[in-house]
Design a protein around this ligand. Structure first.
Ligand SMILES: Nc1ncnc2c1ncn2[C@@H]1O[C@H](COP(=O)(O)OP(=O)(O)OP(=O)(O)O)[C@@H](O)[C@H]1O
Ligand SMILES: [Mg+2]
Length: 288
């Protein structure tokens, strides 16, 4: 299991035992599967609907640990829906449903013994538009999830806040103004604050939905560098509309079209020598 913060042992102890047990109980049941499971994330026959509208069809995708996977495809093809299925956010939309398996570290996150709250903690998400908690300080934005999970040790929270902000490449810019409102930061800083907030929960997988689409090129390239650095600690799945960004940051690329996974493979291959004509047409900007 990846630990991005040294203090995580202490932190883990503070997490509710009950939650941990609920998670662990399926761990045993699925041990056999886990042994044969070399991937960090394995998506099997995933389908998703909004009411009667099917947004994802038979998605099969395996993601290796400590890699960056880009999800590309035209607007409405299901990119956001796909990553929302990976931390059980999809089911929070009224009348939505999904089918199939999402196996993370050998555990099916849709197993009925799994608490979705734990899943959201272990599989972090950063959204298209930076969304710091509007009334909270920089410090509290990062600490909020820890406090919500019952962590009370102030010194421990201080350490995790610092390490998360360092991990998000924001510490040097905000270390002397942690009490200022998170909303007072620039757009790029706000997005890094949201990344720090996600890191504070010590996720194993980080999902990012077009994290730079609202940012200027300088702020975007800072996030790209950060994503690259975080790959050492995390498995990252990033949705992007920007082909150059996908080519620059990712190891693997998945191309979705009309809810189907058209092609998936090493980014270099997808961009230089794709198997499918549709992929080639999309990559070269012939539609989208
Ligand atoms: N809340 C919703 N209710 C009903 N249909 C939805 C909802 N959200 C998305 N959809 C539909 O599901 C399909 C996939 O949408 P999704 O948001 O996953 O696409 P996307 O690839 O992320 O698009 P974009 O690039 O514009 O963000 C689309 O047809 C969309 O209209
Ligand atoms: Mg989207």
């Amino acid at each position: 299991m990846q630990q991005i913060i040294n203090t995580s042992d202490n932190y883990q102890q503070q997490l509710s035992n009950e939650e941990e047990l609920a998670y662990k109980s399926t761990e045993n049941a699925l041990k056999a599967e886990q042994k044969q499971q070399p991937y960090k994330v394995s998506i099997k026959k995933l389908e998703a609907w909004f009411g009667t509208k099917q947004a994802l069809k038979d998605i099969n995708l395996d993601v290796k640990e400590n890699t960056i996977t880009a999800i590309i495809g035209p607007s409405g093809c299901g990119k956001t829906t796909l990553i929302r299925c990976l931390n059980r956010m999809h089911e929070m939309t009224p009348s939505s449903r999904s089918k199939g398996q999402v196996i993370i570290d050998g555990i099916d996150i849709y197993d009925r013994n799994i608490d979705p709250v734990i899943i959201k903690r272990r599989i972090g998400m950063v959204f298209q538009k930076p969304n710091p908690f509007p009334t909270m300080s920089i410090y509290d934005n990062v600490a909020a999830g820890l406090k919500l999970n019952g962590v009370k040790d102030r010194q421990l929270i201080d350490e995790i806040v610092k390490e998360s902000l360092q991990g998000a490449g924001l510490w040097e810019e905000v270390r002397n103004e942690l009490d200022r409102p998170g909303m007072g930061l620039s757009g790029g800083q706000q997005q890094r604050l949201c990344i720090a907030r996600a890191l504070a929960m010590q996720p194993e997988v980080l999902l990012m939905d077009e994290p730079t689409s609202a940012l200027d090129p300088m702020a975007s390239s800072k996030i790209e560098e950060l994503v690259h650095d975080l790959e050492q600690e995390l498995t990252i799945i990033i949705v992007t509309h920007n082909m150059q960004q996908a080519a620059r940051v990712s190891d693997y690329t998945a191309f979705l079209y009309l809810g189907e996974l058209v092609e998936y493979g090493p980014t270099k291959k997808i961009f230089e020598n794709p198997e499918k004509e549709l992929t080639e047409r999309y990559i070269s900007g012939k539609f989208g």
